[in-house]
Design a protein around this ligand. Structure first.
Ligand code: ADP
Length: 340
């Protein structure tokens, strides 16, 4: 089941041919998964050592609370996802699988799994505690400053966010992991402005694409963030993640704007098919906009890979060059359909 995370079309993707699929595949069967998780050294936490504090938010399968874990090295602030009691087996498996995937990464820009509670019910997933969602941060920033935002001041922070996420994604890419739901809503920030990629859960909730439509309704597919070949042909690769990363860049530099805010999914798809790009956000440099446009190349293999992106973002002077009047690059690309 999880092989879907590792693109099987290796020949088509240079990056992937070098990528190593490092992680073990979480089983579909919850009983096997429990055994796997204990064999694979995911830390099992005794629930008595966790004290649950206030509610942080409610997800689909459970509540996320602030918690304090009495770890062997002292008290740690953590986020504790407590699984709903009436959760069905499939969702329970999906959640544990998500934890199992998360537990296999160790990178400053990927949310860290602390441990799991699987020996007692309710099962819990314990991760490092984050401050807020990037999306929320951007929207608040926009609201606070209205039209008065000082881009000269904020741009270096935006560049830092862009680079951190790219760096986390490069780590995933090098391990052949396709996230499939890269968007500002799935990036969490610490109070020190460190960005971490979270929510590896979306792909997990898919059994097959057709189930997905049936279960969730098409509005749940992140169409506005998804590459044309993913939307049209269900082809998810590292390069479709790169496309979504471009959408995330757009969200960052437009200070929390949703891509295509006035379009519904259907007309977004039509625009995509015609090769129409989003216009440059007003606070964004030419180099950043060029990067965005490159990530939206209709041919997946023409998009830069995450390594290139990290490199490009590491030249701050160029990236932050005071904005000039940028022409909208919309419509300059051939239709996605024609390129397949
Ligand atoms: P969803 O099911 O919508 O993906 P989650 O269950 O992952 O949401 O999370 C629910 C809420 O808890 C979200 O608002 C999210 O911002 C918050 N949250 C999730 N993980 C953490 C964390 N590690 N630290 C702080 N808040 C978190």
């Amino acid at each position: 089941y999880y092989t879907r995370f590792v693109s099987m079309d290796k020949a088509e993707d240079d990056y992937l041919s070098k990528a190593e699929a490092i992680y073990w595949e979480p089983s579909d069967n919850v009983e096997d998964l429990y055994i796997q998780m204990s064999n694979e050294k995911l830390l099992e936490i005794n629930k008595e050592t966790i004290s649950i504090q206030e509610l942080l938010g409610s997800g689909e399968f459970g509540e996320v609370n602030k918690g304090i874990w009495q770890s062997p090295v002292g008290d740690l602030n953590v986020a504790v996802k407590v699984m709903n009691q009436d959760i069905d087996k499939q969702s329970q498996t999906a959640l544990l699988q998500e934890a199992a995937i998360l537990g296999q990464f160790s990178h400053p820009n990927i949310l860290r799994l602390v441990g799991v509670v699987t020996l007692t019910v309710p099962n819990m997933i314990v991760t490092e505690l984050m401050h807020e969602e990037l999306k929320r941060f951007l929207i608040d920033l926009q609201t606070q400053h209205n039209q008065e935002l000082d881009y000269e001041t904020i741009a270096p922070h935006f560049l830092s966010v862009s680079r951190q996420v790219a760096s986390g994604m490069q780590h995933l890419a090098e391990r052949g992991c396709i996230h499939r739901d890269i968007a500002a809503r799935n990036i969490l920030l610490t109070d020190k402005f460190v960005c971490k990629i979270a929510d590896f859960g979306m792909s997990r909730r898919l059994q097959t694409e057709s189930d997905y439509y049936k279960v969730k309704g098409s509005n749940k597919l992140p169409v506005k963030w998804s590459a044309p070949e993913a939307v049209f042909f269900k082809r998810f690769t590292l390069k479709s993640d790169v496309w979504s990363y471009g959408m995330l860049l757009y969200e960052i530099w437009s200070v929390g704007r949703q891509p295509w805010p006035y379009e519904d999914n259907r007309s977004t798809v039509e625009k995509m098919a015609r090769g129409v790009n989003l216009p440059p956000p007003s606070g964004c440099s030419r180099a950043i906009y060029e990067l965005m446009v490159d990530t939206w190349h209709p041919r997946a293999n023409q998009r830069p890979d995450m390594k290139d992106i990290v490199t490009r973002l590491s030249v701050p002077n160029e990236m932050l060059l005071v904005r000039t009047q940028l022409e909208n690059r919309s419509g300059t690309l051939p239709p996605a359909f024609m390129l397949g």
